[in-house]
Structure formats: structure tokens, C-alpha cells
Design a protein around this ligand. Sequence first.
Ligand SMILES: Nc1nc2c(ncn2[C@@H]2O[C@H](COP(=O)(O)OP(=O)(O)OP(=O)(O)O)[C@@H](O)[C@H]2O)c(=O)[nH]1
Ligand SMILES: [Mg+2]
Length: 193
Amino acid sequence: MGASAKPQTILLVGASGTGKTEFVNRLSGAQFATGMSLGPCTTKSQHATAYINGQSVLLLDTPGTDGENGWDVNKEIGQHLRSLGSVDVIGIIYFHRIANNTINKDILGSYNAFKDLCGRRALGSAIVVTTMWDELSNPNQGESYAEELENRHYKDARAAGARFARHDRSLESAKGIVQMLLGRQPVRIRGQH
Ligand SMILES: Nc1nc2c(ncn2[C@@H]2O[C@H](COP(=O)(O)OP(=O)(O)OP(=O)(O)O)[C@@H](O)[C@H]2O)c(=O)[nH]1
Ligand SMILES: [Mg+2]
């Protein structure tokens, strides 16, 4: 294994209440605040290290992007990354609640902020992760929502090489998603340097 001194880093982005912080806590043992209040829960980016199959990975949890605040959040992510010094960003995980199928202004705002953060190249190192499958009143509906996301709403991300995955809230599922990114070539995201 190459002895890179730079921490492998993954960014977790997406609308508020999509499960980003819970995902980080589950993998790293961190105890960052999670919650379902009216406003965003995470207001500043925060990072924690997880160990997966003997490899360490730095997870950068970011504030939810809703409506118009995506630009500010992206700026703050850039600042946080720069404060970490020299890191290798190996991927971006974009979270989407499957149980909330309506593609409204807030979700589109989050998606646009995510694409802007990545730029076209890094979009190929992104994973669109759907969460909250357990909250669907009809689990079969999830299948058609997921297909619609992939083929319609988020099709330009897919065209740029982004992959799609489902998270069932378990540790194994979170690990599997991160493993999809471990070892990838680093990408540069907006504001990193
Ligand atoms: N039912 C259900 N609840 C979940 C799931 N994932 C996370 N949650 C809960 O949903 C709430 C929101 O999760 P967070 O991890 O705080 O969401 P976030 O994306 O970090 O939200 P912001 O910090 O506001 O951007 C918390 O109460 C979590 O425990 C899931 O798959 N199913
Ligand atoms: Mg959060």
C-alpha cells in the first residue's frame, strides 16, 4: 500500500436533515449533534476520522445546504479544507432523503451547490446516497423514486460519472459506501487551494 502522508478525505454534503452527521458518527464514533428540528442542525463543518479495514479516512461533515445558502456553505467548506492543510479529497458523498420524493427548491438548491462544489471532474468521484428508506410509507415506491432520481433529476451527475447507492442506516452500509471511494485518485474541489 502506498504510504501517502496525506489523509484520504471524503466530503459529506446535501440538504439539511438527510443524515450526513449520523453517517459520520456511526463510522467514526464521533458524537456530533444530530437532529430533526426546523432549521439546520450542523451549522459549521466538522471532521472526524474513521478506520475502515485498517485504513483511516477523514470525514468532513458539512452544514445542510437549503435554498440559497449553498454558496456560503461551499465557501465555508473550502475554508475548512484549507485549514486542514494538505489532504487528498478522494470523494464526495451527496445525501438525499428517499422518503422525501418532492424535488423542491431547497433540494434543487442543494444539488446545484453540490455540483458547483465538485465541478465536472470531481463529480465523477461523487456518490449520490439515498437515506431514510425506513420512512417510506410504501417501500416499493422507493424503487421508482430512486430510478427517477438517477434518470431524471440527477442525470447530469450520473452522466459525469457519479455513482448511486442506498444507505440503510447500518454500520455495514456506511462502510460499504466509503469503500466505494477508498484508494481513488484525489480530486480537487472548488476552494480547496
Ligand atoms: N428514520 C431515519 N432517520 C434517520 C436516518 N438517518 C438519519 N436519521 C435521523 O434523521 C435526523 C437528521 O439526521 P442528521 O444526521 O442530523 O442530518 P444532517 O444531514 O446532518 O442535517 P443538517 O446538519 O441539518 O444538515 C437525525 O435525528 C438522525 O438520527 C435514516 O436512515 N432513517
Ligand atoms: Mg448535520
